[in-house]
Design a protein around this ligand. Structure first.
Ligand code: FAD
Length: 471
């Protein structure tokens, strides 16, 4: 009997069913539960499973990729001199390229156009091959807490509410859903009024004729004309003095993706406001194509609106308050933390919550300069077995506007997944994890954590540093 795995497994399951309240079906258990399959969750689940932990990734959509699946460009993987984003992020990018969905050089280009469909396929492949399990169409609803630990997460599915027991959770929901509902302190938007960065629906236009477009002045002329036509025709789209961008979609001749719509004053965690944002985004996409591009821009006369993103792009909702809060100074002064889990170079880029402008601190992005991401930014206050990665990490409104880009989110995801696996194996909490062992693992996985000398600069990272030896 003592060697009978089936017996002990059944006893374990039966005891757990006794423990859980009636009416809650407990069908899954895992060592690490990753909530949200955007680029952060993809990297978190992959890293966690590869490091030997039993991992389950759940995603409310029917595909992986999150906002990245809308078809955007990766922000730069370099600092103007050398490539600083490596490890899983680089592997993921190369997998997308192998499918024909990425153009450009990671070590040189400022923007790296990505086809969202190829990103979804590459994500499926990378996550499944890592050994992580995957549940799509599954929405995390409620964490079940026992003291300072999450013991299970209730999820909504078409079979009803299920209960997934777990030893560790990584919240990559973008909205800090699990952290927030576990009681972790969270912040929303800017300090003055809580307003978040504006939302943008990404859309793709087919049938573009490049020759007349370039001959007619190209993108600079398109931007100039938009201001005039939009003002004359009282467009719903409030953007003026610059649009965020357009790029040719890799592998799709004649197709171009636009990042130009802007929806203001609405919070994406409020379902009524989120719905209004979706409707406004689609109206603005239609307005841009049929009232501006086709009648007024050379090269677009035979074009049509080919696809809009699966949902409006959300730049900002909740941010956790963690063991360290990354600030605008950390970003703009290129601070190096000894507890680095990776690097970033994207500058502060606040899309106005209530106006037509974008506050992009271009002048502060100096070639060869990068900041590092401190491990305690992933550790929320108040819960022991939770890590957070992606656009809901611990940062100020201004700092988040830099941290939120995909390369940074992937770096955080890899670090969170690796840390969770180490914690499960050693039976410790993320707070107890020695930073050097995480750094060694990340370096062995090909990540870049910054120059060793710069990592030694003593920037306080909060209480966690008190028991962390200097590397
Ligand atoms: C319009 C726009 C343009 C951008 N342009 C660029 C760009 O050009 N380059 C760049 O690098 N970055 C860009 N960004 C930023 C970047 O795309 C995002 O910040 C980044 O992709 C966020 O990744 P994430 O994994 O943290 O979150 P998300 O992409 O938001 O993913 C979160 C995932 O979790 C799922 N989820 C949420 N709640 C739950 C739940 N309760 N249960 C289960 N699943 C859940 C969601 O469905 C989603 O798939 C842009 C952002 C926007 C909005």
């Amino acid at each position: 009997m003592w060697n009978n795995y089936g017996f002990w497994r059944n006893l374990y399951v039966n005891l757990k069913q006794l423990y859980y309240p009636a009416g809650v079906k407990q069908v899954f258990s895992t060592e690490v539960l990753v909530v949200g399959g955007g680029v952060a969750g993809i990297c978190a689940a992959t890293a966690c499973a590869r490091n030997g932990a039993e991992t389950l990734l759940i995603e409310t959509n029917g595909f992986l990729g999150g906002n990245g699946a809308a078809g955007l460009s990766f922000a730069a993987f370099h600092d103007g001199r050398k490539q600083i984003i490596r490890g899983l992020a680089e592997e993921f990018a190369e997998r997308i390229r192998a499918l024909g969905g990425l153009s450009g050089r990671l070590d040189r280009d400022r923007w790296i156009p990505v086809d969202g469909e190829c990103l979804k396929l590459a994500a499926d492949e990378m996550v499944i091959r890592s050994g992580s399990r995957l549940l799509l169409h599954t929405q995390a609803a409620e964490p079940l807490r026992k003291d300072a630990n999450i013991v299970a997460v209730s999820v909504e599915t078409k079979s009803g509410r299920l209960d997934i027991s777990t030893r560790m959770v990584i919240d990559c929901s973008g909205d800090a859903d699990i952290a927030f509902r576990s009681g972790v302190p969270c912040k929303t938007g800017r300090n003055s009024d809580g307003k978040t960065q504006s939302m943008t629906l990404i859309f793709t236009v087919a049938g573009v004729d490049w020759e007349p477009f370039e001959a007619g002045g190209g993108y600079a002329e398109l931007v100039r004309r938009f201001d005039i036509i939009a003002a004359e025709n009282h467009f719903e789209n409030p953007r003026r003095n610059g649009l965020s961008g357009m790029f040719a979609v890799p592998g799709r001749p004649g197709q171009v993706a636009f990042n130009v719509t802007r929806v203001l004053h609405l919070q994406a965690t409020d379902p009524a406001e989120w719905t209004r944002a979706e409707l406004a985004g689609r109206r603005q996409a239609r307005e841009f194509v049929y009232e501006f591009l086709i009648p007024h821009v050379p090269g677009f006369q035979r074009a049509s609106l080919a696809a809009v993103g699966h949902g409006i792009g959300i730049r900002e909702t909740r941010r956790i308050v963690g063991e360290y809060v990354v600030t605008e100074e950390d970003i703009c002064q290129y601070r190096k933390h000894e507890c680095s889990i990776g690097c970033g170079s994207y500058p502060v880029d606040v899309h106005s919550p209530d106006g037509s402008t974008t506050d992009y601190r271009r002048h502060e992005h100096i070639p060869g300069q990068y900041y590092t991401l401190p491990y305690p930014m992933l550790i929320p206050q108040g819960v022991n077995n939770l890590l957070v990665a992606g656009r809901c990490v611990s940062a100020t409104h201004e700092a988040l506007s830099a941290l939120r880009v995909m390369p940074n989110c992937m770096v955080m995801g890899q670090a969170a997944g690796t840390a969770a696996a180490l914690c499960v194996r050693r039976n410790i909490t993320p707070r107890e994890l020695e930073i050097t062992s995480l750094q060694q693992k990340l370096l062995a996985e090909g990540a870049y954590l910054g120059e060793p000398t710069s990592r030694r600069k003593p920037i306080a990272c909060g209480p966690i540093l008190t028991n962390v030896p200097v590397t």
